[in-house]
Write a protein that binds this ligand. Structure first.
Ligand code: C2O
Ligand code: CU
Ligand code: CU
Length: 493
């Protein structure tokens, strides 16, 4: 849609739009006749029957073949559904599992009819291996990703990142987990084997036998949410558990939906890790917000439950813009099938993390991310911006000295949309959040690659640029925001 069409449709004046402030725009917005522009409250979640067992993607090692392709798969409740996958018959790719310091070779063959590539989210890899939006693999060709894991254990992931097709391809099924193990972590003897579960939580829109990606004009800006919540590609699944401690390694692999995970009986659970691996010490909570792209490593104790009792992993309501936290829904069911005595206790100290302080930082950069729905660009398209700029592949937004430690401040003070801000090529620590929730959550100590900035919040992170030189991107991980311009480039020199 071009600017003129938008103006016609929305009934707001050009004069109002040319004033570049979001508050101006949004007040025009609410007074206007923009039918579905009422901030994304229209897609509520429909739960399934919780009768399909949870499945998990196959696990592969350090030599991997991925073929981006059209697939069809059975999703219980919908029959055979078509989407995209990295292997036949399933929407998610295999879980790649390797040890720190090992090398990995991943051959990606593009059998889609359009560009793709793969980004290794959270991994510090050279720019040419990172899936920069301009390093595309055209239809019919392939690329060999080759890199060494130079970081500690953690749950990372992979997804497409080609310019213009990221959001669609991720929503339609391209994505997968990338697990790094190391000795520090294995020495802890955390619950493993059948007691360690990987959950990729994603909302999808499924219609006429396919995973449909056709966002409305408004959804292109606010983010596309689906009405069906899948876990590892299963709609409303269940899993049988013993009365024991389980480790849950969760990825929010959704384009735009934030989950506020909790247990249906209100019982607390323990956060032991996040994007960049284990926390220094565990934290017990009764709910936890996880935004698109973020990972949470949790211990849930099913002890004390009686045989055959049921418990749900749910998403609770929360405040915040158009992120649809206005609805509580159930994600998956656990059913106790065996009562045992489990003496497991979570270690007091999980990992050693040297906290970074602002005094170590040599430069502070401010990023204004409040200006939602700005008009911009030569095309007059609706845009999301960072510092009033939308993504331009020909512009380097920030130049960073290799080895420097910097403070970046993401300022969503005047915004009305949540923005999970993400950097490629580095991990960072979150120093503070002011405004909004005014505090850091249990997920936000240790190493992160995403910082959720809810409306009204200013989030300060500290980043050691200790990886490779070259050009990387940073962006909002609401993939529709990213696709509509909320992305910049930084160059490490
Ligand atoms: Cu999952 Cu550019 O990120
Ligand atoms: Cu990334
Ligand atoms: Cu955003």
């Amino acid at each position: 849609m071009n600017r003129k069409e938008f103006i016609k449709l929305s009934g707001i004046s050009t004069a109002g739009l040319l004033i570049g402030s979001s508050s101006q725009f949004l007040s025009s917005c609410s007074m206007s006749t923009m039918g579905d522009m009422n901030m994304g409250q229209s897609v509520s979640v429909s739960e399934g029957s919780f009768t399909v067992p949870l499945s998990t993607p196959q696990v592969v090692g350090n030599t991997v073949n991925l073929t981006a392709q059209n697939i069809s798969t059975v999703i219980q409740g919908f029959g055979t559904v078509s989407g995209l996958g990295y292997q036949p018959n399933s929407i998610l790719g295999p879980t790649i599992k390797i040890n720190s310091r090992q090398s990995v070779t991943i051959n990606l063959l593009n059998q889609l009819g359009e560009n793709t590539n793969t980004h290794w989210h959270g991994l510090k890899v050279p720019p040419i291996m990172d899936g920069h939006p301009e390093n595309v693999i055209s239809a019919g060709s392939s690329f060999n990703y080759n890199f060494t894991i130079n970081q500690r254990a953690g749950l990372y992931w992979y997804h497409p990142h080609a310019d213009g097709t990221t959001a669609k391809q991720a929503f339609q099924g391209l994505g997968g987990l990338f697990v790094v193990n190391d000795l520090e972590e294995s020495a802890l003897n955390l619950p493993s084997g059948s007691r360690e579960l990987f959950l990729v939580i994603q909302d999808k829109r499924i219609s006429s036998g396919r995973i449909l990606y056709s966002p409305t004009m408004h959804e292109q800006m606010s983010g596309l949410m689906g009405q069906y919540v899948l876990v590892n590609g299963n709609y409303s699944p269940f899993h049988l558990v013993e009365t024991a401690n389980y480790r849950f390694r969760i990825l929010n692999g959704s384009n735009a939906r934030i989950y506020n995970v909790a247990l249906s009986n209100g019982k607390p659970f323990t956060v032991i890790g996040n994007d960049g691996g284990l926390l220094a010490t565990s934290k017990t909570v009764s709910s936890l917000m996880i935004s698109p792209g973020e990972r949470a490593d949790l211990i849930i104790d099913f002890g004390g439950l009686t045989l055959n009792s049921e418990l749900f992993l749910i998403s609770k309501t929360f405040d915040g813009g158009n992120s649809q936290g206005n609805q509580e829904f159930r994600i998956m069911k656990f059913k106790v099938n065996s009562e045992i005595v489990d003496t497991y206790s979570i270690p007091n100290s999980l990992s050693s993390i040297a906290p970074l302080t602002e005094s170590m930082s040599t430069k502070t950069r401010q990023f204004e991310i409040s200006n939602d729905h700005m008009m911009g660009g030569a095309s007059g398209m609706m845009m999301h911006t960072i510092n009033n700029k939308s993504y331009d592949p020909n512009r380097i937004d920030e130049t960073v000295t290799k080895g420097a430690v910097e403070t970046w401040i993401f300022d969503n003070t005047y915004g009305n949309e949540p923005h999970p801000m993400h950097l490629h090529g580095v991990l960072f620590q979150i120093l503070s959040r002011t405004g909004g929730r005014n505090t850091l959550t249990a997920l936000e100590s240790g190493w992160k690659d995403i910082a959720l900035c809810m409306p009204g919040e200013k989030v300060k992170v500290i980043i050691p640029f200790d990886g490779y030189s070259g050009k990387y991107i940073f962006h909002c991980h609401n993939l529709e925001h990213e696709e509509s311009g909320m992305m910049g480039q930084y160059q490490v020199v």
